[in-house]
Design a protein around this ligand. Structure first.
Ligand code: FES
Length: 249
């Protein structure tokens, strides 16, 4: 039987207690062709170097925690096969995030941006439980379903060239999430969110590079959400000019 193929993983290491700047460390290991990239990183952590730090949880492209740059691209490492890469695989922490240690990034700023778009159902008047459920047609569900498939893996944010130049930019994930609620037929908070979207560092900062949609492992298409959000924010503003206060949806 032939020996299993070997690959060299060049991984960014950074220990804030010791290092002033990140450095790289190479690990040559035998890989099972059926492995995902995450399996290789887990093998290195478990069998070669227990000091390596990275995040993962579900190993089935659901939790969104295993995002890393693989050969310069933001990837979900439990989804990518090692076989799709060559003999040398470079793994670095996600771009556009501060690094806590090795491949672990600080998520607080990213999560704070979610809160800014009010990602919950807003009702002018709360319904009582005895009023029963608010029903939706399949067509109404279809309006937002795609945008609700986001797993918060941060790949789109990491790929976004606007975030890297303008760190205050809300970013594709937060805008797609706000848009998801704006087009939900149960929600009545679109005007509040559209006012947020018309502010600085939001939808109009997007240059439509489309990188976010290209890296999304769930085909959410955040670039489409940003574009639709731009259009809706303008329509909402124009409607406010011609309709007296109180007549707006
Ligand atoms: S480990 Fe959960 S998405 Fe990869």
């Amino acid at each position: 039987m032939s020996d299993p193929p070997k690959k060299t993983f060049v991984i960014t290491r950074f220990d804030p207690d010791v290092d002033e700047v990140p450095k790289t460390q190479s690990y040559e290991i035998a890989v099972d062709p059926d492995w995902k990239v995450l399996d290789a990183v887990n093998y290195i952590k478990d069998e070669v170097d227990g000091t390596l730090s990275h995040r993962w949880s579900c190993r089935m492209a659901v939790c969104g925690s295993c995002g890393m740059m693989v050969n310069g691209e933001p990837r979900l490492t439990c989804k990518d096969s090692v076989s799709q890469y060559g003999d040398t695989v470079e793994i670095t922490p996600l771009s556009n995030f501060p690094v806590i240690r090795d491949l672990v990034v600080e998520m607080d700023g990213f999560m704070d941006k979610f809160k800014k778009v009010k990602p919950w159902i807003i009702r002018a008047k709360e319904l009582a439980a005895e009023d029963g459920p608010v029903r939706q047609s399949p067509e109404e569900l279809e309006e937002f379903k795609q945008f609700s498939m986001c797993i918060n893996c941060m790949l789109c944010y990491s790929a976004c060239p606007v975030v890297s130049n303008e760190p205050e930019f809300l970013g594709p994930a937060a805008i797609a999430l706000g848009h998801r609620y704006n087009v939900d037929s149960r929600d009545e908070g679109a005007s509040e969110r559209n006012a947020i979207f018309r502010g600085e560092g939001t939808v109009f900062s997007c240059s439509f590079a489309n990188e976010c949609s290209e890296v999304c492992p769930k085909n959410v298409d955040p670039a489409a959400a940003v574009n639709q959000a731009k259009f809706n924010a303008v329509i909402d503003w124009a409607t406010g000019l011609v309709l007296p206060s109180g007549e707006k949806e």
